[in-house]
Design a protein. Structure first.
Length: 232
Protein backbone atom coordinates (compact mmCIF):
# COMPACT_ATOMS: atom_id res chain seq x y z
CA UNK A 1 0.00 0.00 0.00
CA UNK A 2 1.50 3.31 -1.07
CA UNK A 3 0.82 6.87 -0.01
CA UNK A 4 -1.61 8.94 -2.06
CA UNK A 5 1.21 11.42 -2.52
CA UNK A 6 2.95 8.71 -4.60
CA UNK A 7 -0.20 7.22 -6.16
CA UNK A 8 -1.37 10.59 -7.48
CA UNK A 9 1.86 12.20 -8.71
CA UNK A 10 0.10 14.05 -11.52
CA UNK A 11 -2.10 16.01 -9.11
CA UNK A 12 -0.98 19.11 -7.31
CA UNK A 13 0.05 18.22 -3.75
CA UNK A 14 -2.45 20.70 -2.32
CA UNK A 15 -5.31 18.85 -4.06
CA UNK A 16 -4.02 15.59 -2.61
CA UNK A 17 -4.14 17.17 0.85
CA UNK A 18 -7.76 18.19 0.32
CA UNK A 19 -8.53 14.62 -0.76
CA UNK A 20 -6.89 13.33 2.42
CA UNK A 21 -8.83 15.80 4.57
CA UNK A 22 -12.06 14.72 2.89
CA UNK A 23 -11.15 11.07 3.45
CA UNK A 24 -10.42 11.78 7.11
CA UNK A 25 -13.81 13.45 7.50
CA UNK A 26 -15.59 10.40 6.06
CA UNK A 27 -13.55 8.01 8.21
CA UNK A 28 -14.15 10.12 11.31
CA UNK A 29 -17.92 10.25 10.75
CA UNK A 30 -18.10 6.47 10.27
CA UNK A 31 -15.88 5.90 13.32
CA UNK A 32 -18.02 8.11 15.58
CA UNK A 33 -21.27 6.59 14.30
CA UNK A 34 -19.96 3.15 15.23
CA UNK A 35 -18.61 4.24 18.60
CA UNK A 36 -21.83 6.02 19.66
CA UNK A 37 -23.65 2.67 19.83
CA UNK A 38 -21.69 1.81 22.98
CA UNK A 39 -20.11 4.98 24.37
CA UNK A 40 -22.30 7.44 26.24
CA UNK A 41 -20.61 10.81 26.03
CA UNK A 42 -21.45 14.48 25.66
CA UNK A 43 -22.13 16.18 22.36
CA UNK A 44 -18.98 18.26 22.81
CA UNK A 45 -16.92 15.09 23.14
CA UNK A 46 -18.23 13.73 19.82
CA UNK A 47 -17.63 17.08 18.14
CA UNK A 48 -14.05 16.98 19.41
CA UNK A 49 -13.60 13.38 18.32
CA UNK A 50 -14.97 14.24 14.87
CA UNK A 51 -12.86 17.33 14.19
CA UNK A 52 -9.54 16.44 15.86
CA UNK A 53 -8.49 13.83 13.23
CA UNK A 54 -9.10 16.39 10.47
CA UNK A 55 -6.83 18.90 12.19
CA UNK A 56 -4.16 16.24 12.65
CA UNK A 57 -4.42 15.21 8.99
CA UNK A 58 -3.98 18.81 7.84
CA UNK A 59 -0.92 19.35 10.04
CA UNK A 60 0.83 16.10 9.11
CA UNK A 61 0.00 16.53 5.41
CA UNK A 62 1.60 19.95 5.30
CA UNK A 63 4.68 18.57 7.07
CA UNK A 64 4.83 15.76 4.51
CA UNK A 65 4.42 18.22 1.65
CA UNK A 66 6.96 20.91 2.53
CA UNK A 67 9.65 18.88 4.28
CA UNK A 68 11.59 15.88 3.07
CA UNK A 69 14.77 13.90 3.73
CA UNK A 70 16.35 13.89 7.18
CA UNK A 71 14.60 17.05 8.27
CA UNK A 72 11.27 15.53 7.34
CA UNK A 73 11.74 12.59 9.68
CA UNK A 74 12.72 14.77 12.64
CA UNK A 75 9.92 17.26 12.12
CA UNK A 76 7.36 14.50 11.59
CA UNK A 77 8.32 13.02 14.94
CA UNK A 78 7.95 16.45 16.55
CA UNK A 79 4.59 16.94 14.82
CA UNK A 80 3.35 13.59 16.08
CA UNK A 81 4.40 14.56 19.60
CA UNK A 82 2.45 17.81 19.28
CA UNK A 83 -0.58 15.96 17.92
CA UNK A 84 -0.53 13.54 20.83
CA UNK A 85 -0.20 16.53 23.13
CA UNK A 86 -3.54 17.81 21.84
CA UNK A 87 -5.33 15.34 24.11
CA UNK A 88 -3.30 16.27 27.20
CA UNK A 89 -6.02 18.71 28.25
CA UNK A 90 -8.44 15.80 28.42
CA UNK A 91 -6.34 13.39 30.46
CA UNK A 92 -7.04 14.95 33.86
CA UNK A 93 -10.79 14.53 33.85
CA UNK A 94 -11.65 11.99 31.18
CA UNK A 95 -12.94 8.47 31.39
CA UNK A 96 -10.59 5.81 30.06
CA UNK A 97 -12.95 5.09 27.15
CA UNK A 98 -13.04 8.72 26.06
CA UNK A 99 -9.24 8.93 26.08
CA UNK A 100 -9.15 5.73 24.03
CA UNK A 101 -11.42 7.24 21.37
CA UNK A 102 -9.42 10.46 21.20
CA UNK A 103 -6.17 8.51 20.88
CA UNK A 104 -7.73 6.49 18.06
CA UNK A 105 -8.83 9.69 16.30
CA UNK A 106 -5.34 11.13 16.56
CA UNK A 107 -3.89 7.86 15.26
CA UNK A 108 -5.96 7.57 12.08
CA UNK A 109 -5.63 11.31 11.54
CA UNK A 110 -1.84 10.90 11.56
CA UNK A 111 -2.02 7.91 9.23
CA UNK A 112 -4.30 9.71 6.80
CA UNK A 113 -2.14 12.82 6.98
CA UNK A 114 0.83 10.79 5.80
CA UNK A 115 -1.18 9.82 2.73
CA UNK A 116 -2.43 6.36 3.67
CA UNK A 117 -6.16 7.04 3.55
CA UNK A 118 -7.22 3.43 2.86
CA UNK A 119 -5.18 2.10 5.76
CA UNK A 120 -6.58 4.85 8.02
CA UNK A 121 -10.14 3.83 7.08
CA UNK A 122 -9.47 0.15 7.74
CA UNK A 123 -7.74 0.97 11.02
CA UNK A 124 -10.61 3.20 12.23
CA UNK A 125 -13.30 0.62 11.43
CA UNK A 126 -11.30 -2.20 13.06
CA UNK A 127 -10.76 -0.16 16.23
CA UNK A 128 -14.46 0.79 16.35
CA UNK A 129 -15.60 -2.83 15.87
CA UNK A 130 -13.07 -4.07 18.41
CA UNK A 131 -14.30 -1.49 20.92
CA UNK A 132 -17.95 -2.43 20.35
CA UNK A 133 -17.16 -6.13 20.65
CA UNK A 134 -15.10 -5.68 23.80
CA UNK A 135 -17.83 -3.66 25.52
CA UNK A 136 -20.43 -6.33 24.72
CA UNK A 137 -18.33 -9.17 26.14
CA UNK A 138 -18.23 -9.77 29.88
CA UNK A 139 -14.93 -11.66 29.97
CA UNK A 140 -13.13 -8.64 31.46
CA UNK A 141 -15.86 -7.86 33.95
CA UNK A 142 -15.38 -8.75 37.60
CA UNK A 143 -18.48 -10.45 38.98
CA UNK A 144 -18.73 -7.95 41.79
CA UNK A 145 -18.18 -4.91 39.59
CA UNK A 146 -21.28 -2.75 39.16
CA UNK A 147 -23.04 -3.93 42.34
CA UNK A 148 -21.90 -0.98 44.42
CA UNK A 149 -24.52 1.38 45.80
CA UNK A 150 -24.30 4.89 47.21
CA UNK A 151 -25.90 5.08 50.65
CA UNK A 152 -26.69 8.55 51.95
CA UNK A 153 -27.67 8.98 55.60
CA UNK A 154 -28.71 12.25 57.22
CA UNK A 155 -27.93 12.47 60.93
CA UNK A 156 -28.23 15.18 63.61
CA UNK A 157 -24.98 16.95 64.43
CA UNK A 158 -25.03 15.54 67.95
CA UNK A 159 -24.81 11.92 66.77
CA UNK A 160 -21.34 10.33 66.79
CA UNK A 161 -21.32 8.59 63.43
CA UNK A 162 -17.96 6.79 63.56
CA UNK A 163 -19.26 3.50 64.99
CA UNK A 164 -23.00 3.96 65.35
CA UNK A 165 -23.81 2.08 62.13
CA UNK A 166 -21.00 -0.49 62.22
CA UNK A 167 -23.04 -3.38 63.60
CA UNK A 168 -25.82 -2.84 61.04
CA UNK A 169 -23.34 -2.53 58.18
CA UNK A 170 -21.51 -5.72 59.14
CA UNK A 171 -24.79 -7.61 59.22
CA UNK A 172 -26.22 -6.44 55.87
CA UNK A 173 -23.21 -5.37 53.81
CA UNK A 174 -20.40 -7.24 52.10
CA UNK A 175 -18.32 -4.04 52.02
CA UNK A 176 -18.74 -0.38 52.95
CA UNK A 177 -16.60 2.74 52.72
CA UNK A 178 -17.28 6.28 53.93
CA UNK A 179 -16.62 8.50 50.90
CA UNK A 180 -18.03 11.86 52.00
CA UNK A 181 -19.14 13.76 55.08
CA UNK A 182 -21.13 16.91 54.38
CA UNK A 183 -22.98 19.42 56.54
CA UNK A 184 -26.53 20.30 55.60
CA UNK A 185 -29.51 22.29 56.87
CA UNK A 186 -27.37 25.29 57.86
CA UNK A 187 -24.89 23.05 59.65
CA UNK A 188 -27.42 21.50 62.03
CA UNK A 189 -27.12 18.07 60.34
CA UNK A 190 -24.57 15.88 58.62
CA UNK A 191 -25.02 13.86 55.45
CA UNK A 192 -22.86 10.75 55.27
CA UNK A 193 -22.19 9.05 51.95
CA UNK A 194 -21.04 5.44 51.85
CA UNK A 195 -20.05 3.21 48.96
CA UNK A 196 -21.65 -0.10 49.87
CA UNK A 197 -22.31 -3.57 48.51
CA UNK A 198 -25.22 -5.54 49.91
CA UNK A 199 -24.85 -9.19 50.87
CA UNK A 200 -28.42 -9.78 49.77
CA UNK A 201 -30.16 -7.16 47.62
CA UNK A 202 -33.54 -8.37 48.88
CA UNK A 203 -32.64 -7.04 52.33
CA UNK A 204 -32.38 -3.43 51.20
CA UNK A 205 -35.59 -2.40 52.98
CA UNK A 206 -34.52 -4.12 56.21
CA UNK A 207 -31.24 -2.22 56.08
CA UNK A 208 -33.02 1.12 55.65
CA UNK A 209 -35.49 0.34 58.46
CA UNK A 210 -32.70 -0.51 60.88
CA UNK A 211 -30.72 2.60 59.96
CA UNK A 212 -33.79 4.78 60.52
CA UNK A 213 -33.93 3.69 64.14
CA UNK A 214 -30.38 4.98 64.61
CA UNK A 215 -30.50 8.29 62.73
CA UNK A 216 -33.69 9.62 64.26
CA UNK A 217 -35.85 8.71 61.24
CA UNK A 218 -34.14 11.32 59.09
CA UNK A 219 -33.61 11.01 55.34
CA UNK A 220 -31.90 7.90 53.95
CA UNK A 221 -31.37 7.10 50.28
CA UNK A 222 -29.71 4.31 48.30
CA UNK A 223 -28.59 5.10 44.74
CA UNK A 224 -26.46 3.43 42.07
CA UNK A 225 -22.82 4.22 42.76
CA UNK A 226 -21.26 6.21 39.94
CA UNK A 227 -17.78 7.67 39.96
CA UNK A 228 -17.81 11.45 39.69
CA UNK A 229 -17.59 12.32 35.98
CA UNK A 230 -16.65 15.65 34.38
CA UNK A 231 -17.56 16.60 30.86
CA UNK A 232 -15.51 18.11 28.09
Amino acid sequence: MDSLFNLLPSLDKIFVIFILIGATLVISVIFNLLICFRLRATKSFYVTSLIMPIIVTAVISMVSLFLDGVASGAVRIASIAVALGLIRFRSLNAKAEELLILFAGVAFGLICGLGYAAFAAIFAVLIALLYIGATYLNIFQNKRFGKERLLKITIPESLEYKDVFSETFEHYLRSFELVEVKTTNMGSMFRLSYKIELKNEKEEKELIDELRTKNGNLEISILPYVEEAKVL
